[in-house]
Design a protein around this ligand. Structure first.
Ligand code: ZN
Ligand code: FE
Length: 255
């Protein structure tokens, strides 16, 4: 049976998401930004929390873990490289490990850059990736602990997932990301079309995610640093892609 998801907003601009296996009843929260918001989502769906899959140690992804663990006795899965900074961890995982939620199976992909231990969970059969603060719609996470070159390598791993993979990310930043992206590729027709679509979604109070890897490849400048036209457009024709990425990331930090 295919996975079901329930997406909700919490804190100032975070997304929470529940993943549910209808065959077994298992339900995972991907990160736990805020216990009350996760509990409200459980109430709204009638699902019972069995697992929390943690992507990285930042407080806006982990603050709700302890209270949810105390209440639901759920399993907490976290990246091995930063488990010491995450509360109530039961299992640690690394690149290539598989994590099941009921009968749903994910592969762990390590994506260092935003934090050094950041991981994403790819449910390949369900065509879903939980990318947290590595890949945003039309953006990417700030490079806080790693290097820009590391982040570029991590983003390429996500770009290599099948085009029809649905990306759930950790924050609603799409509108401001698009404003910036248009400064890098003002003539990108797909990006301009997405800008119009996102304006409508936001006016209606709808989320701008999930998005597909296929669309992001056409529209997200942080996945396009190795396209000659993108490099040329910012005056870096012929430069290595990691350097082009680094420049785009630096410009976004100042935007
Ligand atoms: Zn973060
Ligand atoms: Fe975050």
């Amino acid at each position: 049976m295919p996975a079901q998801t329930h997406l909700f907003r919490c804190l100032s601009d975070n997304y929470g998401v529940l993943l549910h296996d209808p065959a077994t009843g298992a339900t995972a929260a991907i990160d736990a930004p805020e216990a009350a918001a996760v509990e409200a989502a459980l109430k709204a769906t009638g699902w019972k929390l069995t697992d929390i899959l943690v992507t990285h140690h930042h407080a806006d992804h982990t603050d709700g873990i302890q209270a949810l663990k105390d209440k639901y006795k759920c399993r907490v899965v976290a990246p091995a490289a930063e488990a010491d900074k995450i509360p109530a961890v039961d299992e640690t995982v690394r690149e290539g490990d598989k994590v099941k939620v009921g009968n749903l199976v994910s592969n762990v992909i390590e994506t260092p850059g935003h934090t050094l231990g950041h991981i994403v969970y790819w449910f390949h059969a369900d065509k879903i990736v939980f990318a947290a603060d590595t890949l945003f719609s039309i953006g990417c996470g700030r490079v806080i602990e790693g290097t820009p070159a590391q982040m570029w390598t991590s983003l390429k791993k996500l770009r290599d997932l099948p085009d029809d993979t649905q990306v759930y990310c950790g924050h609603e930043y799409t509108a401001s990301n698009i404003k910036f992206a248009l400064t890098i590729e003002p003539d990108n027709a797909a990006l301009k079309a997405r800008a119009a679509e996102v304006t409508q979604q936001i006016a209606k109070g709808e989320p701008t995610i999930p998005v597909t890897i296929g669309a992001e490849k056409k529209e997200n400048p942080f996945l396009r640093a190795d396209i000659p036209e993108v490099a040329a457009g910012i005056g870096m024709a012929g430069k290595p892609a990691a350097d082009v990425f680094t420049e785009i990331r630096a410009r976004k930090n100042k935007f």
